[in-house]
Write a protein that binds this ligand. Structure first.
Ligand SMILES: [Fe+2]
Ligand SMILES: [Fe+2]
Length: 235
């Protein structure tokens, strides 16, 4: 594939998953905002598109382990649950503990910390509900859809488009929360007087963001379009 300024960011990542770390480094949104062209995404970040095209051209294309565009959907949903849901749950649990400690020690001198703590609590509430819906309703339904079987339980929706649209709206909300956290934390740059725990908090938030971007990309750009296509064929 020849990448130009007109190529949608989502297409770049679908074709070259190895480009994800570079896009993360540059702050280019490839999950919720993946439909935008590379040119549009670069101007949002005030980056020169030709420089970014050069960087992409210099990258060695890396073979990704699994091609999620052709793998079985149940393999993909299992990968999402075991890798991304598990990581997010554990990381948020840890973040809440660390943020509480930092708030106790430094909250009075750093008013952003109580806000960070609140944002982590909001993310925990959102993802707990969201993951529950995916793991217990949508993903099992996708399994039956792929097998062409009647679902084990009658679904709570008329067509699968409804929960998919709902999940994508919730992904946008999570994207907004992550942007809010970036603003609060000055792009996860700890202040000069930050102690080790303070630094660990910002580093863990950065890791959470990277993982959530990859996770939302797999759902928005690969899983859901494939599910909608199968559902259309079966109608
Ligand atoms: Fe998910
Ligand atoms: Fe999701």
């Amino acid at each position: 594939m020849v990448i130009t300024s007109e190529t949608p960011v989502r297409e770049i990542v679908l074709e070259r998953p190895g480009a994800i770390p570079l896009l993360e480094e540059l702050g280019i949104d490839y999950c919720c905002g993946g439909k935008h062209t590379l040119g549009e995404a670069c101007s949002r970040r005030q980056l020169g598109v030709s420089t970014v095209l050069d960087m992409l051209a210099r990258q060695q294309p890396q073979p990704s382990d699994t091609n999620w565009q052709t793998a079985r959907l149940t393999e993909l949903t299992q990968h999402i649950v075991e890798k991304h849901h598990a990581f997010t749950r554990e990381q948020l649990r840890l973040l809440q503990e660390v943020a509480e400690k930092v708030q106790r020690r430094h909250g009075d001198r750093h008013p952003e910390i109580p806000e960070v703590y609140k944002a982590i609590a909001a993310l925990i509430a959102e993802t707990t509900h969201h993951f529950y819906c995916e793991e217990n309703i949508l993903f099992p339904y996708i399994g039956s859809l792929e097998e062409g079987e009647k679902p084990a339980q009658p679904p709570f929706f008329d067509t699968v488009d409804q929960p998919v649209t709902r999940m994508m709206m919730e992904h946008d909300q999570t994207g907004d929360e992550l942007r809010h956290l970036r603003e609060l934390t000055n792009n996860y740059q700890p202040p000069p007087d930050a102690c080790t725990t303070f630094r660990a908090l910002y580093r863990a938030l950065d890791e959470l963001e990277r993982d959530l971007h990859q996770h939302i990309h797999l759902e928005n750009n690969i899983l859901f379009p494939r599910v909608l296509a199968i559902a259309r064929e079966q109608r």
